[in-house]
Design a protein around this ligand. Structure first.
Ligand code: CA
Length: 368
C-alpha cells in the first residue's frame, strides 16, 4: 500500500466564520482507495500547519507505505525541526498522525482503541469545559454553567480566557466567580478553574488557596506556560492539583514540566504528536506517577481521536474534556459524537469511526 495524495484544507462551519475560526483537516489517500482523516491544532484556523503539510511534509510521504507511519513522521519532524518544532509544525504532524491511525484502522477493519491495546471502558464521562468567563459578570457565569449542566457532565471547568498581557487583573472578581459557581453546583460536585496563564506567582498562590477552600478539583495553568519553573513552584506550594501542558509541544518539554513539579499534565492530541505522541506522553506520565488528562477542545476529529486514547489509559483519573458544544460543527459527519446520559460512547467502526458526509464537506471546504 502506498500514499498517493494528501489533502489539507479548512472547514468553515458557518459562512460568517473568519479564517481564524475554521477547523484544519487533512485527508490521506492510498492506492487501494482508503482515506484517513486527521485534524491540526485550530490556532488561527490552522493555516500555518496546513501550509507545512502541503508544501513541506506531503512531498516526503507520497509514495511511501502508510504503515511505516511513525518512522515517516519522525523523519519529517527531524528534517523540518528548524521550522520551529513547537506549535505549527507539531500541529501538522498531529493531523497526519491521526489520519495515518485512521487509515490503519480502515485497513484492518478495527477501531483505533483496539489497535492501541484496548479500552478500559467504552462509555466515557466528560467534563464541561466552559470558556470566556473573564469577560462575563458573575450572574452570566452562573447562567452559562447552569445551561451546560443539562448535558450531565461529570465535572465543570470554568476558563477565564483573559488577555495574557495583563496579569492579576481582577483576583477578587475571579474568586467571586469561583465561589458563585460552587454555590450553584453545591458541595461535592467536581469543579476546575482554568487561569489561562493570567496570574503572577503570588497571585496564583492567592487564588489557589481560595480554590482549596472552595474544594476545586484542579487549578489549570495559573502562570505563563513558558515559565516552567514558576509553574512547578506554584504546583509544589499549593495543596490543590495544579495542571499544565496544553502548550507543551514535545515529549522533552513535557518531561521538563514534570521535573519542575507539575503533577497533572495536559498535552493535546491535535497540538503535539497525535495518537502516537499522546501514547508516548502517557508512558512518560505513568513512569513518573503523574496524572495525564489530555487537553482537547476540537468538537469532531480531535475529540474522537482523544476519546480513543483516553479510553486506553490505565489510570484515567479525570473525565475527558468537552469544549463549548455547537451543533453547527456536526454538519460534515454522518455520526457526530454526542453524549448520551452524560457519557460518550466510543465509535465501533474502523479507525476513528467517523463517517464524513462528502456533500456537506464540499459546501464548507475552504482551500488554503
Ligand atoms: Ca486550559
Amino acid at each position: 500500500m502506498k500514499i498517493t495524495r494528501i489533502e489539507a484544507f479548512q472547514v468553515a462551519w458557518a459562512a460568517t466564520d473568519k479564517p481564524s475560526q475554521r477547523s484544519a483537516f487533512v485527508r490521506i489517500h492510498t492506492d487501494d482507495g482508503l482515506i484517513g482523516i486527521g485534524e491540526a491544532s485550530p490556532m488561527q484556523g490552522g493555516r500555518a500547519s496546513l501550509g507545512m503539510v502541503v508544501h513541506d511534509i506531503a512531498p516526503m510521504l507520497v509514495g511511501r507505505d502508510p504503515l511505516d507511519h511513525a518512522v515517516l513522521l519522525d523523519q519529517a519532524m527531524h528534517t523540518l525541526v528548524k521550522l520551529g518544532p513547537e506549535g505549527a509544525l507539531t500541529g501538522a504532524m498531529a493531523a497526519l498522525d491521526i489520519a495515518l491511525w485512521d487509515l490503519k484502522g480502515k485497513l484492518t477493519g478495527l477501531p483505533i482503541y483496539k489497535l492501541i491495546g484496548g479500552a478500559w471502558k467504552t462509555a466515557l464521562p466528560f467534563y464541561a469545559s466552559i470558556g470566556g468567563n473573564g469577560d462575563r459578570d458573575i450572574d452570566a457565569v452562573v447562567r452559562v454553567v447552569e445551561a451546560r449542566l443539562r448535558d450531565r457532565p461529570a465535572a465543570v471547568k470554568i476558563r477565564f480566557d483573559n488577555n495574557r498581557t495583563t496579569l492579576d487583573a481582577d483576583i477578587p472578581g475571579d474568586i467571586a466567580k469561583a465561589r458563585a459557581v460552587r454555590k450553584l453546583v453545591g458541595d461535592g460536585f467536581p469543579l476546575a478553574f482554568d487561569a489561562n496563564n493570567c496570574y503572577t506567582s503570588g497571585g496564583a498562590i492567592r487564588v489557589g488557596r481560595a480554590l482549596e477552600e472552595l474544594e476545586f478539583w484542579w487549578f489549570e495553568e495559573p502562570v505563563q506556560h513558558y515559565h516552567i519553573h514558576v509553574m512547578g513552584e506554584v504546583a509544589r506550594k499549593l495543596d490543590i492539583t495544579v495542571s499544565a501542558g496544553e502548550q507543551t509541544y514535545t515529549l522533552a518539554g513535557l518531561a521538563d514540566l514534570i521535573d519542575a513539579g507539575v503533577r497533572m499534565v495536559q498535552p493535546d492530541i491535535v497540538k503535539m504528536g497525535g495518537i502516537t505522541g499522546l501514547l508516548r506522553c502517557a508512558a512518560l506520565a505513568h513512569a513518573h506517577g503523574v496524572e495525564l488528562v489530555p487537553h482537547q477542545t476540537q468538537p469532531m476529529i480531535g475529540h474522537v481521536a482523544n476519546l480513543h486514547v483516553v479510553a486506553s489509559l490505565l489510570q484515567g483519573t479525570k473525565p475527558a474534556e468537552w469544549n463549548d458544544p455547537s451543533t453547527r460543527t456536526h454538519a460534515v459527519f454522518d455520526n457526530p459524537p454526542l453524549p448520551i446520559d452524560g457519557l460518550f460512547h466510543l465509535p465501533t467502526g474502523p479507525g476513528l469511526g467517523l463517517t464524513m458526509n462528502e456533500e456537506a464537506l464540499a459546501a464548507r471546504r475552504v482551500e488554503i
